[in-house]
Design a protein around this ligand. Structure first.
Ligand SMILES: [Ca+2]
Ligand SMILES: [Ca+2]
Ligand SMILES: [Ca+2]
Length: 215
């Protein structure tokens, strides 16, 4: 019996492990809401990003295609700036980690965006991941126009687990599978509906909790 229970616990743990290791990070709200960024001339970089742990082997960024104004298809490249395709691109993982080989001028989101803008020639919004030299970790960024070195930027996330040399090495393992464009933003429920849904969800959870068939 003891062995049986131990086996059950092990199975539960392994099932949990599988589920917990695949995370989806959803971004479906206006990145510049409440800011004058888009009507202010030149580039502004807006922070306030999510602090996350991201596993490129399993995890996904779910990005609302309507909210961000991108097409329905992820057009992906993971490369050094000078090797990026010049068009048909809306998600970039930038393997270039510095633009002047000088640590006294830390490589930031603006530097990364400039390298990308210099390479590509087709206008359009998009996302990029770059390695921030000061923070020593990668960040996910939205650009209103990847082609334009004055486009506004919103930092969406920083990946706290991908620091240092191993974090830089991890960037090359990102693929298109780590990104999903969704269209949920077109059917976001009204706040009152959300409140009702929330109450219902809590009720459902309580009903599940009261079920006696859990051993
Ligand atoms: Ca601006
Ligand atoms: Ca530098
Ligand atoms: Ca350009």
């Amino acid at each position: 019996m003891r062995l049986f229970i131990a086996t059950c616990i092990a199975l539960v743990y392994s099932a949990f492990g599988t589920t917990a290791s695949a995370s989806t990070f959803t971004f479906d709200t206006d990145p510049f809401a409440g800011t004058p960024v888009l009507t202010t001339p030149g580039r502004q970089v807006v922070g306030g990003e999510l602090f996350i742990a991201f596993n490129p082997a399993t995890d996904i960024f779910a990005l609302d295609a309507t909210v961000f104004g991108v097409g329905n298809s992820v057009l992906f490249a993971n490369d050094f700036a000078q090797n990026l395709p010049v068009s048909d691109l809306n998600v970039i993982v930038l393997e270039t980690f510095d633009d002047d080989n000088n640590p006294l001028t830390p490589f930031g989101a603006g530097n990364a965006a400039n390298l990308i803008a210099a390479q590509i020639t087709a206008p359009g919004p998009g996302f990029f991941i770059y390695f921030n030299q000061s923070l020593d970790l990668p960040r996910l960024v939205f650009s209103t126009d990847l082609n334009d070195n004055t486009a506004d930027l919103k930092i969406l996330a920083r990946m706290l687990n991908l620091t240092g040399a191993s974090g830089r090495d991890a960037l090359e393992t990102f693929t298109a599978s780590n990104f999903s464009f969704t269209t949920e933003g077109t059917s976001v429920p009204e706040p009152s509906t959300l409140l009702m849904l929330g109450t219902g969800a809590v009720g459902a959870w309580r009903r599940v909790r009261r079920r006696p068939n859990c051993v």
